[in-house]
Design a protein around this ligand. Structure first.
Ligand SMILES: [Zn+2]
Length: 58
């Protein structure tokens, strides 16, 4: 498998758990987003704030 095509989405490391994940939103992987959503704590609020900053408030 060629890995010199940088135009496609590359797996990157989650800033929270350090796992490599294809799905990430503002640095957190899908697993962490799910965990944050369930916990609903400060981390989730911080992530939501970053999402708003990145994509704009709706
Ligand atoms: Zn993660």
């Amino acid at each position: 498998m060629a890995d010199d095509d940088t135009s496609t989405a590359l797996p990157q490391t989650c800033v929270r758990c350090g796992q490599v994940a294809l799905l990430r939103i503002v640095g957190r992987c899908g697993d962490c987003i799910g965990t944050l959503g369930l916990a609903g704590g400060e981390d989730y609020a911080a992530w939501r704030a970053e999402v708003k900053a990145e994509f704009g408030a709706k």
